[in-house]
Design a protein around this ligand. Sequence first.
Ligand code: FE2
Ligand code: FE2
Ligand code: FE2
Length: 426
Amino acid sequence: MKYGLDMHLYSSFVEKVELSVKDVFLLFSSVLDYFVSGVRAHHLAVAFISFEIAMRMGLDEDKVECLTDAALIHDIGLGGVGEGTIEDPDSIELDFHHCELGYKMLKKVPWADKYAEVILHHHDTWDGRSGSGAKGDEIPIGSRIIFLADRVAVKSYAEDIASLLNVRHSVLDYVRSKSGTYFDLDVVGTFEKVAEREAFWFSLDPKVVGRLVRENVPVRNRLFSVPEMITAYTLLADIVDFKSQFTRNHSINVANLAAFLAAKANFSEFDTDMMMLGGLLHDIGKVAVPSYILDKPGRLTQQEFNIMKAHPYITHLVLQSVPKFEFVDMVASLHHERLNGTGYPFHLTKRHLSIGARIMAVADVFSALYEHRPYRRDFKFDEIIDILMGMVTNGEIDMDIVDLIAKNRDEVVYLLRQEVLGKIIY
Ligand SMILES: [Fe+2]
Ligand SMILES: [Fe+2]
Ligand SMILES: [Fe+2]
């Protein structure tokens, strides 16, 4: 197949992406913050407060790093629990479900296993009235710190930076009132010392805290390999796919199909891997779309469609902050663009849509139609090809890519039966 297009539309231009664990965790935190509506930069704030307490307590370097990592992803289980849940600081028992879910998600992934226990216990009360049944010293110290940091972060909302000093008294009163019941006395004592400095409170401003975490908090500098990144982003994809009861595995299907088509279109092995990451992350912006809209069987109202239309843009907002992720950002964020400019949200046309972005768009449509939805009948392979050919006729998608699917029918059908990622065929 000859595309006759410039290489810059074709290749990612970087030979390798070396993301540190910190980059990956910061990406997680920015995605997870869309779940915690009403509180901006929640995960960053919890990481910062946890770090301040842990340093004051004199925990060793390794423990501090592990704790701040865990704090950046502490609410990873929220996606499977409920809509835009802002944790209610006083519904301790109800919160256990997201801790358990987070634990299960992290347990599946070798590099994340060490955070699982801390996340499981991050809403445990010192007096043992929480879902896990643990109490006192049985609760990992990291969880005790994150629990207090989380409550402080939620209760420290202020309109502007100076007002943070006004809330500190009520936050301190709250923390002291729960000392020995919710919170470990030692952690409370340390927090009281941390809270003496005005600078600590000013640092909680959402515009400030991100920079502080990025610059000061030593999240380990180890680099992630591409396979580790793939497992990391499968976790993120799970978070999105959990949101909708009908789209389980959609991100995995798109990732598998996009990578397969990229390999068939002679992408390098590295770019093929990046296509897989792009597929996993393409719908990450759906974290900001309520489930009732994602799951709505009928036509969306104008307002609902407006919210829906924001999702690839939010994917872009999240991915553009990741170093060396320009290619992944581009292929992921442009999956609703169409060659004739009728897509959204950028209305790009053929000239500006790379082969990678075009493949992603087709992989998304194909996978969505191939997947079962309760509100419509299933489509068969040939019917989908007909629909795609109609889109080609309308000038929306690339004929060559539809051809690739049609020519590799058996492999594509086999690929979409897989519920796991992997280089199954190529
Ligand atoms: Fe939580
Ligand atoms: Fe939280
Ligand atoms: Fe999408």
